[in-house]
Design a protein. Structure first.
Length: 227
């Protein structure tokens, strides 16, 4: 089988790498990113890294600093609320479009994610358990959005996760919701398969629980940048 040719520019590939690092929480909000270090790590010149960073600055994800570095911006409370509201809108839309689209492939994929969520209860290392939970949560909700079969929706969802990722959400909510977390996602999936008319209701309740915890924890900084 012929391997697909990667037609993306070098800048695009560096940008995608940085995007993945931020979305997955490998690079955290507030972290400094060394352009020279990234160039060395990826074995490229600093020029494509600078261009990729400029794109992230335009998207208000980073602030460029002197001496070949930049800082990932910390989202304000206002941004976190707004991003989470948009995530809810997108996922509810995906659910509304998925009433006849939860095919065997999507169903199998999401069941495997839920099974892996449940298996985390046997992971003795708390840090490792939380790290895996973050990745699985993103996988599940990304798969949920994919049910809409809308490439623009999936792309926009990823952009939202660039500004407020699952790592940040879990830092404020996971320890409270940990025990019920796999069952909540299992119930969303069950409704999608068996009671589609209730899927939106269950998803709204899930978002409401998380939003209440985020608001209660005083996440991030306010609109003026103050704690």
């Amino acid at each position: 089988m012929t391997k697909p040719i990667d037609t993306r520019s070098l800048v695009d590939r560096v940008y995608e790498y940085l995007l993945d690092q931020i979305v997955t929480g490998a690079i955290k909000y507030g972290d400094n990113i060394s352009i020279k270090h990234i160039a060395s790590e990826l074995n490229v010149s600093t020029m494509p890294v600078r261009e990729a960073v400029k794109r992230l600055e335009f998207e208000q994800v980073v602030s460029i600093k002197p001496r070949s570095s930049c800082q990932v911006r910390k989202p304000s409370r206002k941004m976190i609320r707004e991003v989470y509201e948009l995530r809810e809108v997108l996922e509810l839309y995906a659910v509304s479009k998925s009433l006849t689209r939860v095919g065997p492939e999507s169903s199998t994929q999401m069941h495997k994610i839920v099974d892996r969520m449940r298996s985390l209860r046997d992971e003795p290392n708390a840090a490792e358990r939380e790290k895996k939970a973050i990745a699985l949560d993103y996988e599940f909700h990304e798969a949920l959005c994919a049910l809409a079969a809308n490439d623009f929706l999936s792309s926009y969802y990823r952009q939202l996760s660039l500004h407020v990722n699952m790592t940040l959400i879990h830092e404020k909510t996971y320890h409270t919701l940990e025990l019920q977390w796999p069952d909540v996602h299992a119930e969303i999936l069950r409704c999608l398969e068996e009671e589609p008319s209730r899927a939106a209701e269950v998803l709204r309740r899930h978002f409401a629980n998380v939003t209440a915890l985020l608001d209660g924890n005083g996440t991030g900084k306010d609109e003026d940048g103050e704690p």
